[in-house]
Ligand binder design. Structure first.
Ligand code: F6P
Length: 533
């Protein structure tokens, strides 16, 4: 049932009305167990949700909403490999990329029976056989990919790896390689070129030599304008610089193996249409990560994500972290009127995480229609944005503390540093905790400029260490959280039709820039065209 037609939705509306006077400070004063009850440890991540505008009744009502909208059935359909990406007729199985190969010989392990609430399990032998077959292909490809990654790692002549890809074919690998910089093999440099803006590729190429460079052309479709333009220019540069062994210096990561071959690339690592672009870092798209941190590091990344998959599939909903987070997102968006969420990683290696999460959330849930194409009467994806702390504190945190809008903030901190510089890490963590505290406590000043209203919500994620496994678990947590809110909103979180119109119009405008033909254009577009020519 659509969320706004459920009894739980009505009950949440009444609850939200009563909730208007909610104050975090009194909530803590009145309830000694609040911090413990509203926080939890889940694989690799501790999450403190207690500084949010919720109480136990809110969470109970939200769980009712999850049940009445069929969240667990939708989740189970994903894990059964059903085509829940209905507008493209595709299954959604990035989780299968993280399944250990041992589950292929034990088909039952491919599906975990969910305990809460009990769901009917479709024991279709055909479906299971397909999953077993898919998993075996996943592991054959993974083995080939990791063997190649190890070969490149051992190849001292290759000093520079250039990933050419955009969106999901860029953000995942880039975020992970940066995040795991302490695990990266010395002697290899990684570059990420995404934009069609030639300044980006030119700036990278100027420091490279063809004999020392490996280009990875990462594109699920192998048709994306930016990636194809950059790939052609990279190949032209390679040849102009005297490079000849394309097979050794170019590899493609794609589902469109024939297009890669047509392009002239013979070394190709494939994946499947059931892996969405923004969910693809676990596939061959993760090649830069595998080269950077090695086969065993990549396996750890997958294992961390797999632990999260199991948690999402089997933890009771009340203690299921992605479920709690996704429901919190629905509560904030639809009942509290908060339209944005800010992400503050208190770790400089996590500096691309906000951009990564932006695509994950906004491309998945930035939809105005339900799965059947009917307009939705309620808000969906919030605006996601952010920068690492403490930098943000000296930039836009002012607005978070004293602005007119309430913006829930999410801290991501790591307990153990990997450097030995005295004082830094304690200061970093102190700032993260103090910001969460300041947002909540505020400061009285008779309504003057130094007045902080306080009662501003935040969530605090803490990892013990930043490792491939903890990063995998953190990212999979966010994937499943987006799944949860999208499912409650009846959205297909796995298509992205909203990016298509701009692509079509760009082709038309490009032709007009070349020809000068402005016929039929509106006055503003025609004038801009004339100015850029
Ligand atoms: O245009 C958006 C998008 O389709 C993203 O969903 C995707 O991650 C990106 O482009 C890149 O697509 P591809 O991997 O096919 O080049």
């Amino acid at each position: 049932m659509r969320c706004d037609q459920t009894l739980a939705w009505q009950a949440l509306q009444v609850h939200a009305d009563k909730f208007k006077g909610f104050d975090l400070r009194s909530a803590f004063a009145d309830d000694a167990d609040r911090a413990a009850d509203l926080s939890q440890s889940a694989p690799h991540v501790f999450a403190d949700l207690s500084k949010n505008h919720i109480d136990r009744a809110t969470e109970a009502l939200l769980l009712g909403l999850a049940q009445q909208t069929g969240l667990t059935q939708h989740r189970d359909a994903m894990f059964r490999g059903e085509p829940i990406n209905n507008t493209e007729g595709r299954a959604v199985m990035h989780w299968l990329l993280r399944q250990p190969s041992s589950s292929a010989s034990d088909p039952a392990a491919l599906q975990t029976v969910q305990a809460d609430p009990p769901t009917v399990r479709a024991d279709s032998p055909t479906v299971r056989a397909e999953l077993v077959e898919a998993l075996s292909q996943v592991h054959t490809t993974l083995d080939a990919m990791l063997a190649y990654a190890e070969q490149i790692r051992a190849d001292a002549q290759i000093t520079d790896v250039v990933n050419i890809g955009i969106g999901g074919s860029d953000l995942g690998p880039q975020t992970a390689v940066l995040a795991l910089q302490d695990f990266v093999l010395p002697g290899k440099r990684f570059h990420f070129v995404s934009n069609v803006d030639g300044h980006e590729l030119a700036a990278v190429l100027k420091d490279l030599r063809p004999e020392n460079t490996l280009f990875l052309i990462a594109s699920k479709t192998f048709t994306t304008l930016e990636t194809m333009t950059n790939a052609r220019s990279a190949l032209a540069w390679f040849k102009a610089q005297g490079g000849s062994d394309v097979a050794r210096h170019f590899a493609a990561l794609t589902t469109n193996v024939s297009a890669a071959a047509e392009f002239g690339i013979r070394t190709t690592f494939g994946f499947w249409d059931w892996v969405g672009g923004r969910y693809s870092m676990w596939s061959a798209i993760g090649m830069p990560i595998a080269i950077a941190i090695g086969a065993s590091g990549f396996k750890d990344l997958l294992a961390g994500a797999h632990a999260r998959d199991q948690h999402f599939q089997s933890a009771p909903l009340a203690k299921n972290l992605p479920v709690r987070l996704g429901l919190l997102d629905v509560w904030y968006r639809n009942f509290m009127g908060y339209t944005s969420r800010s992400i503050a990683p208190y770790h400089s290696a996590l500096r691309r995480v906000p951009a990564y999460l932006q695509q994950l959330e906004m491309e998945s849930n930035g939809k105005r229609v339900d799965r059947n194409g009917n307009a939705l009467p309620y808000g969906t994806s919030p605006v996601l944005w952010g920068e690492p702390g403490t930098n943000g504190q000296h930039a836009y945190f002012q607005m978070l503390h004293q602005g007119t809008d309430v913006v829930p903030l999410e801290f991501i901190a790591v307990k153990k540093p990997t450097h030995r510089l005295k004082d830094h890490h304690e200061l970093l963590l102190a700032n993260a905790i103090a910001q969460a505290q300041a947002l909540m406590l505020g400061q009285a000043d008779n309504g003057g400029h130094k007045h902080f209203t306080g009662n501003r919500p935040s969530t605090f994620f803490l990892l013990d260490e930043l490792t491939p496994a903890s990063l995998g678990a953190l990212i999979a947590l966010q994937e499943h959280r987006v799944f949860v809110s999208g499912a409650v909103w009846s959205i297909n979180s796995f298509d992205q039709w909203g990016v298509e119109l701009g692509k079509v119009l760009a082709r038309d405008i490009h032709a007009r820039i070349v020809s000068g033909d402005a016929s039929g254009l509106d006055a503003s577009t025609a004038a801009l065209l004339a100015r850029v020519r």
